[in-house]
Design a protein around this ligand. Sequence first.
Ligand code: NAP
Length: 280
Amino acid sequence: MLTGKEPAQAIKDEVAERITKLGKRVGLATVLVGDDPASEVYVRMKHKAAAKVGMYTYDHHIPGDTPQGEVEDLVRNLNADPAVDGILVQLPLPDGLNPDTVIDIIDPGKDADGLHPYSLGLIMLERSGGAVPATPQGIMKMLDFYDIETEGKLAVVIGRSRLVGRPMGMLLNHKAANSTVVYAHSRTKDLESITAMADILIVAAGRPGLVTVNGVKPGAVVVDVGINRVDDQLVGDVDFDSIAEVASAITPVPGGVGPMTIASLLLNTVALAETRAEAG
Ligand code: NAP
């Protein structure tokens, strides 16, 4: 089983060391708009993890009816704040707010979640120097930690969001990973026959039960990104028990990708702080 705890701890230890070596305060600011309970939990977990590695955190929790312009002004203020090295805008934003224009305003040098078009553009070009979206980055680090070979493998990614699916496929496509990537999405026909070809199957749809054992090749590696609340329990997008019988490795939900996402956010933040410190 591919649990996130151990590889996430290894990243967090590295982050703590790098903060000590940097010798200056490293600050992560979060922007949470509205009262979505799941988002509140995620932001709280991020603050807790950041504090544990020695980061300073700045919590901006503003009402859900805050006008677009005020949310954008907050981000501009954080861009200008020398105490802030990384900015994370918790998604999704409430209906009526445009997340694209908010994210576009984040200084790419403080883009802790790696979602700014500049950061994503660097990924498209397989160039270093920008933040890598936290969830896909965490998954790549998890595959690496567990010595899972990606080269020459057929990777099927279900989902093409800015947050997970699209950058995930790009990272697997990079020459550093050398997978052959297929993207599936809500308009994909005969999803099961496509996923059944995958050596590596990444599922990021937010649809519980989307992938059953019939859609998994024996020996495949299955990474379940989905987080869904069903009957007051957190479940992923795949039928864990039956798939665990045939997969060579599978991530649990919770306890799989989630901890890697948080660790990668911290890694991005310390890397951004180092770059800012170097630039003076
Ligand atoms: P999203 O923006 O809603 O995107 C979902 C993607 O799945 C879309 O590309 C959509 O296709 C595709 N999809 C939806 N229904 C499908 C179906 N029946 N068959 C095939 N594809 C389908 O969601 P997201 O932000 O990427 O998040 C996906 C899931 O991961 C959610 O459950 C979220 O909570 C979870 N998540 C977990 C972590 C973590 O750290 N573990 C981090 C982020 C997100 P279209 O493009 O055609 O609409």
